[in-house]
Design a protein around this ligand. Structure first.
Ligand SMILES: Cc1cc2nc3c(=O)[nH]c(=O)nc-3n(C[C@H](O)[C@H](O)[C@H](O)COP(=O)(O)OP(=O)(O)OC[C@H]3O[C@@H](n4cnc5c(N)ncnc54)[C@H](O)[C@@H]3O)c2cc1C
Length: 369
C-alpha cells in the first residue's frame, strides 16, 4: 500500500491573517503513517485521534457507565465515592479524574477556582475534501498543525493528517478546525445564538470571521471550511469518527499554585480536575498522561509505612509541573487576545522574525551536538 503521508510534516506553522508566514518551527516529514521521525529539539507536534486513544485506554477496564459522582466521604481505612443515584463504592484511594468541573476538586480544594481567559472558541471536527486540504497544506507548507493570527485578538487553528478516510475519487481527511476570538465581541454585539443548534453556531462563527478578518484568500478558505460542516451526524466512517457537533465554549483554566498545598490524604486529583489549561499549546491531555504515569510510579513505591510520603510526592510534583503549563497557556492567550494596529503588526512581524532565527539556531545546535 502506498504511504498516504509522504509529504506530511509533523510540525506547527503560524501565519498572519493574510496567510503570510510568521513562525515555522524546524520540522521533519513524518516517518510513515504510524510513526513520527524522532527530533532532537522540542518543537514537534502530531495529531492523534482522541476516540482511538480512549478505546485503547478502556481495554480491560471495568467501567460502570451512566453514574454521576457527587462527592466522597473519607474514613480511617479508606474512602467512599458517593453517586447521584444513591449508591456508593468503597476503596483505599479515590482518584478524581473528572474534568474541569470536578465535584471531587470542589469538595477537596473548594478555594481552587476556575479562571476565565476571556476568549471564546468555536471548534468543529469533520471531514474535508482533498482540494480544501491541499489549499491549507499549500499555505502551511505541509505542516499538520496550522494557525493564523488575526489583528483583533482572534486566531484560527486547524489540523489534520493526510490519511484519507475514504477511497472515493476525491478523498476526505478527518480535520479539527477552530476559530477563537475575544469574548468581548459577543458581549458588545449582544448576539443571540442557540448553542444547541449546530446551524446557529456555524452561522455565528462565519459572521464573526467576516467581522474580524479582512477579505483575502485565507479568510475565504476559512469561511468555506466552516460552511461545509455537516449540521447533523453524517454517520460513522470506519476507522475514524469524523463529526462532533460544532460548539462554542470559553477558554478556562485552573491554576493549582493559586492555593496553598492541599492535604495529602487518600483523595487524588488528576488531569483537568487539578489543572485544566486552555488548549492553545495543546498541553492538557499531555499533563493528564504524565500525572497518570507519576501516580503509578509513586504507588509502586508504596509500602505500609510511607503512603503519605507517596501521596505528598505526587501532589507536589504534579502541582509544580502542571502549573507551569497552565501559566504558559494563559499568558499566551492574554498576549494573543489584544487587538493590534499597524505599528503592532510591525512589532509582531519583527518579533517572529527574531524567534524564527533563534529557533533555527537552537535546532541546528541540538541536531549537531
Ligand atoms: C478544543 C480542545 C482542544 C484540545 N487540544 C489538546 C491537545 O491538542 N493536546 C492536549 O494535550 N490537550 C488538549 N486539550 C485538553 C484535553 O482535552 C484535556 O486536558 C484532557 O481531556 C483532560 O483529560 P481528563 O481526563 O483530565 O478530563 P476530561 O477529558 O474532561 O475527562 C473527564 C471525564 O470525567 C467524566 N465526569 C465528569 N464529571 C463526572 C462526574 N461527576 N461523575 C462521573 N464522571 C464524571 C466526564 O464525563 C469525562 O469522561 C484540548 C481541549 C480542548 C477543549
Amino acid at each position: 500500500m502506498p504511504d498516504p503521508t509522504p509529504t506530511e510534516y509533523h510540525a506547527f506553522f503560524l501565519t498572519d491573517h493574510n496567510g503570510r508566514h510568521l513562525l515555522c518551527i524546524p520540522h521533519q516529514k513524518t516517518k510513515n503513517v504510524y510513526e513520527i521521525e524522532p527530533l532532537n529539539h522540542d518543537f514537534a507536534g502530531i495529531v492523534t485521534y482522541r476516540n482511538k486513544l480512549r478505546e485503547v485506554l478502556l481495554e480491560g477496564a471495568d467501567i460502570q457507565w451512566g453514574k454521576k459522582c457527587i462527592g466522597y466521604e473519607e474514613s480511617d481505612d479508606g474512602v467512599w465515592a458517593l453517586f447521584e443515584d444513591g449508591t456508593r463504592e468503597f476503596g483505599d484511594l479515590l482518584i478524581g479524574a473528572d474534568g474541569i468541573n470536578s465535584p471531587i476538586r470542589k469538595q477537596k480544594v473548594p478555594n481552587l477556582e476556575i479562571f476565565d481567559n476571556g476568549v471564546t472558541c468555536v471548534t468543529v471536527d469533520f471531514a474535508i475534501p482533498k482540494n480544501l486540504a491541499n489549499q491549507l497544506m499549500s499555505i502551511y507548507s505541509n505542516s499538520i498543525i496550522q494557525e493564523s493570527l488575526g489583528q483583533n485578538g482572534d486566531f484560527h487553528f486547524s489540523s489534520f493528517r493526510l490519511i484519507p478516510i475514504d477511497q472515493s475519487d476525491e478523498p476526505t481527511y478527518r480535520t479539527t478546525l477552530a476559530y477563537v476570538y475575544p469574548t468581548k465581541f459577543d458581549i458588545n454585539d449582544k448576539i443571540s445564538i442557540n448553542d444547541d443548534d449546530p446551524g446557529s453556531v456555524i452561522k455565528h462563527i462565519i459572521s464573526k470571521i467576516k467581522q474580524l478578518r479582512p477579505p483575502c484568500d485565507l479568510t475565504n478558505l476559512l469561511i468555506e471550511l466552516f460552511s461545509i460542516v455537516p449540521l447533523s451526524h453524517p454517520g460513522e466512517k470506519y476507522p475514524f469518527r469524523t463529526y462532533i457537533p460544532p460548539r462554542r465554549f470559553q477558554f478556562l483554566d485552573v491554576y493549582p499554585l493559586s492555593v496553598p498545598p492541599w492535604k495529602n490524604d487518600r483523595i487524588f486529583l488528576l488531569g483537568d480536575a487539578a489543572h485544566a489549561m486552555n488548549p492553545i499549546l495543546g498541553l492538557g491531555a499531555n499533563h493528564a498522561i504524565q500525572d497518570a504515569e507519576l501516580l503509578t510510579k509513586e504507588l509502586l513505591n508504596y509500602n505500609n509505612d510511607n503512603l503519605v510520603e507517596c501521596i505528598r510526592q505526587y501532589n507536589e510534583q504534579m502541582r509544580t509541573r502542571s502549573s507551569k503549563g497552565v501559566m504558559e497557556s494563559r499568558n499566551m492567550i492574554l498576549n494573543h487576545k489584544e487587538s493590534v494596529g499597524y505599528l503592532g503588526l510591525l512589532v509582531r512581524y519583527s518579533i517572529f522574525r527574531v524567534i524564527n532565527f533563534f529557533n533555527y539556531i537552537m535546532a541546528f545546535i541540538k541536531f549537531h551536538t
